[in-house]
Design a protein around this ligand. Structure first.
Ligand code: COA
Length: 185
């Protein structure tokens, strides 16, 4: 089975619909933490909707328009990274991430995001990798900075989350910037 080591007992693997029960149990452990700024946990409100969320990404994978990967730490699913948008024709993608709280503060998402961005840039010819984040979400903004992204600007009151419209910052890294920072191989 495909798995990429992230070091320190962590692995990155595709997160597919057959893992719905494991995924739902993970979301339940992190529901409040994961859901503070993004709708991801709310979209997996019960087992059926959790399975539906995984299926929607399986469909995106088949269409090459998005992908979802889980992070396992010592065999437990603790979070993941995703291509929410993946547009090879335009050469653009948007990366997202989440963790349950017990797995935060170890660099797991930064390491996982590096793996998938590297693949997108080197193997799929993606030119622009975006990171969309609420202005209030400092831990996620810090991930964007660790990934070497630049702040493009802010979409004011762009995203309604739990009844409150949030300012969304757009961060990005371009392929030449990524390759210059990580080697052209
Ligand atoms: C966004 C989120 C994933 C960030 O989690 P995180 O643990 O801070 O991010 P990382 O996994 O990259 O870990 C970085 C932290 O580990 C530390 N760290 C330890 N070892 C590290 C390593 N080898 N490499 C990088 N960082 C390391 C870093 O110093 C940093 O801690 P600090 O912020 O206290 O300085 C998390 O806050 C989350 O899930 N939030 C809810 C969902 C969400 O908002 N998602 C983002 C939507 S835009």
């Amino acid at each position: 089975m495909f798995a990429i080591s992230l070091g320190d007992g962590a692995e990155l693997r595709p997160l597919e619909p057959w893992r719905a029960e494991e995924f739902f149990a993970h979301v339940e452990r992190g529901r409040e933490y994961i859901g503070r700024h993004i709708g991801f946990a709310d979209a997996a409100a019960d087992l059926d909707s959790a399975r539906g969320l995984l299926q929607s990404y399986a469909d995106k994978t088949a269409a090459d328009t998005g992908r979802l990967y889980g992070i396992w730490l010592d065999g437990l699913l603790v979070g993941g990274v995703l291509f929410r948008v993946f547009d090879v024709g335009l050469g653009n993608c948007e990366v997202g991430c989440w963790l349950e709280p017990a797995a935060a503060g170890r660099g797991l998402v930064t390491r996982a995001a590096r793996v998938i961005i590297d693949w997108a840039v080197r193997e799929r010819g993606i030119h622009r990798v975006e990171w969309m984040v609420s202005s209030d979400n400092t831990p996620s903004i810090n991930v964007a900075k660790r990934l070497g992204m630049s702040r493009d600007g802010v979409l004011r009151e762009h995203y309604p989350h739990r009844g409150v419209r949030q300012d969304i910052e757009v961060w990005s890294v371009l392929a030449p910037e990524w390759l210059s920072a990580h080697g052209t191989r």
